[in-house]
Design a protein around this ligand. Structure first.
Ligand code: SAH
Length: 363
């Protein structure tokens, strides 16, 4: 028997119209308005399913606030600029960033804060978190709805939840991996066709030579963001900063991962009730951005990026204020910076309009 209401709906749909792509499966599981994962809950925190860097420590968002101030300065200190966050979760990172940005009142006043969030449940949490910051924030459905002015965009653990398509190399070329059904169970299968050139020419081309059976993942939604940045930054300057998990070089392999209560589970165990993510292909993203004429900085490991933004200095300042917090702060630094935690698997990359100085954290 299908495990969730969404599983039954997906099953019925496959019966009617055939297998669906992995990207469609992810979209339904994560964003279906009735039974999808994000619209129906707040998944973050130790009581939830997963914990992110801004939820681990205020220092994360505070350091990113410095990146915002420096980037605003690099843009020529515009009187008004968009400060956009993609997938803001509980709004904690933006609240911490704004605490730092407030130290530079001209930048703080100039910021038009826009949140792009697919989940109404999380929008409500964001409104509450940011209500306390004294800043007026707005929401937009997509980047296209954000005003045309200089723009800084940030996204932490946003790219990893964008739907991916998967292709498997066969003797005839790339064949798409799909979600089909076997009796009442969902299962992976290949669609049996060779992917047309119109699809494969959009592959970033950063992957090694494939052998039969190699699996390649592409993220069309990330490519759309790159196209948007190209058009937006051609008119007014700007930068986008993404922090996420994934390798620096394109690798083959199935990285679709389902998480429930901090544990890995099967991708079909409970559709709509588990988080689904895939590793970000930073090299592929960088290649698309370069093709689009953007300037790419990084990726750099999260530990390097945060150290350059002065996270240890910030920790020392917090320790001076609350000596009793030492064990807690050291634990937080360990989780954000150490190689066996988030320090190297997580990376940050900056996609920028041309003609700007090196962004903070990437020199
Ligand atoms: N950035 C936050 C939350 C990460 S979880 C943090 O670091 O804590 C992913 C976030 O992206 C959630 O807020 C989720 O609802 C949102 N999201 C997922 N897909 C989205 C989409 N297509 N458009 C907008 N927001 C999306």
């Amino acid at each position: 028997m299908a495990s969730t209401a969404l599983a039954q709906r997906i099953r019925a749909r496959i019966d009617r119209t055939g297998p669906i792509s992995v990207a469609e499966y992810m979209t339904l599981c994560l964003l279906d308005p009735v039974d999808g994962y994000y619209p129906t809950r707040d998944p973050l925190g130790s009581d939830g399913d997963f914990v992110t860097a801004p939820e681990i420590s205020q220092m994360f968002g505070e350091c990113l606030g410095l990146w915002v101030i420096q980037s605003w300065d690099d843009l020529g200190r515009p009187d008004r600029f968009n400060l956009v966050e993609l997938g803001p979760g509980r709004g904690v990172m933006m609240a911490d960033m704004l605490k730092t940005v407030a130290l530079q009142p001209d930048c703080f006043k100039a910021a038009n804060v826009v949140l792009i969030e697919a989940s109404a449940a999380l929008q409500a949490v964001q409104a509450k978190t940011l209500g306390a910051s004294g800043v007026q924030v707005g929401w937009a459905d997509t980047l296209d709805d954000v005003d045309n002015r200089p723009t800084l965009i940030v996204g932490n653990e946003f790219l990893d939840c964008l739907p991916i398509r998967q292709f498997i190399q066969t003797s005839d070329g790339w064949s798409e991996r799909c979600v089909g059904a076997d009796g009442s169970e969902l299962r992976f299968e290949t669609d049996g066709h060779t992917a047309p050139e119109s699809v494969t020419t959009a592959f970033p081309g950063t992957h090694p030579d494939p052998a039969d059976g190699d699996l390649l993942e592409i993220c069309p939604a990330a490519a759309q963001i790159v196209d948007h940045l190209r058009d937006r930054f051609a008119q007014r300057g700007g930068r986008a900063l993404f922090i996420d998990y994934g390798p620096a070089h394109t690798e083959f392999g199935d990285t679709l991962q389902a998480i429930k209560r901090h544990e890995k589970v099967g991708a079909f165990d409970a559709p709509g009730d588990t988080d689904l993510t895939a590793r970000v292909d930073f090299a592929g993203l960088a290649a698309l951005a370069l093709q689009a004429g953007l300037v790419v900085h990084g990726p750099v490991p999260q530990r390097t990026f945060l150290s350059r933004l002065g996270i240890e200095v910030r920790a020392a300042a917090l320790l001076r204020e609350h000596e009793g917090a030492r064990p807690k702060l050291l634990r937080q630094l360990h989780r954000l910076l150490d190689e066996d935690e988030m320090g190297t698997l997580f990376k940050s990359v900056c996609l920028s309009s041309s003609g700007l100085p090196h962004p903070l954290g990437f020199t």
